[in-house]
Design a protein around this ligand. Structure first.
Ligand code: S3P
Length: 163
């Protein structure tokens, strides 16, 4: 597959965006970049530390900057689950090809657990995570050019479905 514009992977935490992005890049022989990794590189801190020391507001500001920077290249861009929260970010996502990897909260929690180094779901109940997912769902759908339900699919199968 020849990528001529940015291909964004969006979805809730633990939906498999990073793994699918890496698999896609391997199959297509193209580059993949990840907003969270770029934020960590810029801030020289891991995500939980950034939330702890600088707060979510600061993280979100850097996230928006990084999204704009990375979207200048025709590459695969994997994103943090909250990228859709800001309208300006949604506008960037709507300009490219944006694939929403849909996974239901129950299967996400079974897959990654609630103690996976993700500050926003750490120590939360399944009900709280489900509520967060439901409030975000309209935003994922608003930005998506395509939706892939990943519930019963392997990483390879999700990548093949996107292709
Ligand atoms: C977040 C998701 C995380 C990371 C940060 C906030 C969110 O990325 O950006 O912890 O608000 O959903 P993953 O979706 O890769 O876990």
């Amino acid at each position: 597959m020849d990528i001529k514009e940015p291909l964004f992977l969006i979805g809730f935490m633990g939906a498999g965006k990073t793994s699918v992005g890496e698999k896609l890049a391997e199959i297509c022989g193209c580059s993949v970049v990840d907003t969270d990794q770029e934020i960590e590189r810029k801030m020289k801190m891991a995500i939980p530390q950034i939330f702890d020391k600088c707060g979510e507001g600061h993280f979100r500001r850097i996230e928006s900057e990084v999204l704009v920077e990375l979207s200048q290249e025709a590459v695969i861009i994997t994103t943090g689950g909250g990228i859709i929260l800001k309208e300006a970010n949604r506008d960037v996502l709507k300009k490219g090809k944006t694939i929403f990897l849909q996974a239901h909260p129950q299967s996400i929690v079974e897959r990654v657990g609630l103690d996976s180094g993700r500050p926003l779901i750490q120590n939360k109940s399944l009900e709280e995570v489900t509520y967060m997912y439901q409030t975000r769902l309209p935003y994922y759908l608003e930005c998506a050019s395509s939706v892939v339900d990943t519930t019963d699919l392997s990483i390879e199968e999700v990548a093949q479905t996107i292709l």
